[in-house]
Design a protein. Structure first.
Length: 336
């Protein structure tokens, strides 16, 4: 998979935004953004730090001087903003920290991931293990999944965070901050004039990954749908730039498509419970061909939708007596 060239976008207030695509995983490219306003330069996200991600980021930064004629270097960075604490967006901080000391900003709910990474990894792995048991994954398979979940995250080292973000903040007199949890607890969108950096909250084609809130608080389908409603109320968006994929020129229409896609997935999970199934069985029914890490993501997404439906009384546990008498029995969900 090859990356696309750097692209420049200009806001209504003549602020320049450069998009640097980097390959963060073997099958995934992420967009890093550099925002330039006079002598102020901010880096939005840093890639994963895996594979060629760091090299491509540094090459992209060099190209801003050589090809685009920008006069700044790494030491001129005034700010680093992490839009959310998923490894494909913050993992490159380890390398970036060797190049500059710009202050790091992240939403308060994702701060602990960056400042105490080992603790977060341990607690997240434990919560995931408990979810896998409830989902009906057998013990030997749970061990394999947990090993797969944790290997790349051990590469990152904790960093200091200078500023924590909250919904409604105005950072550095330039960025309007919108907190949009669901995909990640501290997911934020950043508005600069008439351009909105949506990170992974809104993408033109791909539905964002959702995890049950039982694994990580402030994630899940309910938070995500509420955040979609919140971002609908943001006015004056001419162009949206996501953390992956191409720019979104029809932002309002895209929001409608994204919400409809979420409702379709929720309905599909509900309909699949016509026959009582565990979360693992539901996942195999809905995503029969997925394997490896993709299967883990599918399992968590299914769990997020089951959680959403169960909270609303649209599902019930068909084997409640078994679950009550034996803690190792996974619930089987049915339509109410």
């Amino acid at each position: 998979m090859s990356t696309t060239p750097i692209t420049r976008y200009t806001t209504a207030g003549s602020i320049r935004i450069y998009r640097i695509p980097v390959q963060v995983f073997p099958k995934l490219i992420a967009n890093i953004h550099v925002v330039v306003a006079d002598d102020y330069v901010a880096l939005i996200d840093t890639g994963s730090g895996l594979g060629e991600s760091d090299t491509q980021l540094q090459a992209g930064f060099a190209a801003l001087r050589e090809e685009w004629g920008e006069s700044f270097g790494w030491s001129d960075l005034k700010r680093i903003i992490i839009t959310h604490a998923h490894i494909d967006h913050y993992g490159g901080l380890t390398a970036v920290r060797t190049l500059c000391n710009a202050p790091i900003a992240v939403h308060v709910l994702d701060r602990r991931v960056l400042i105490n990474h080992s603790e977060r990894l341990i607690l997240a792995s434990r919560a995931l293990g408990e979810f896998l048991a409830r989902a009906g994954i057998p013990p030997e398979q749970r061990a394999e999944i947990l090993h797969m979940y944790g290997w790349s995250k051990e590469i990152f080292r904790s960093v200091d965070v200078s500023n924590t973000l909250e919904d409604g903040d105005r950072l550095d007199g330039l960025f309007s901050i919108y907190h949009t949890p669901g995909h990640c607890p501290g997911q934020v969108c950043l508005q600069i004039d008439d351009i909105l950096l949506t990170a992974d909250h809104v993408l033109p084609h791909t539905a964002p990954f959702l995890s049950p809130e039982s694994i990580t608080p402030s994630t899940g389908a309910e938070h995500y749908l509420q955040s979609l409603d919140r971002i609908k109320r943001v006015s004056g968006v001419r162009l949206a730039l996501g953390g992956h994929e191409e720019p979104i020129k029809d932002f309002d229409e895209c929001l409608v498509r994204v919400e409809q896609a979420q409702q379709h997935r929720i309905t599909r999970v509900r309909d699949s419970c016509a026959e009582p199934r565990t979360i693992a069985e539901l996942t195999r029914t809905i995503y029969p061909t997925l394997a490896g890490y993709d299967s883990l993501m599918a399992l968590q997404k299914t769990g997020a939708y089951v959680e959403y439906l169960d909270q609303r009384g649209q599902l019930a546990i068909a084997n409640l007596d078994e679950v009550a008498s034996d803690a190792t029995i996974a619930p089987r969900y049915r339509i109410v």
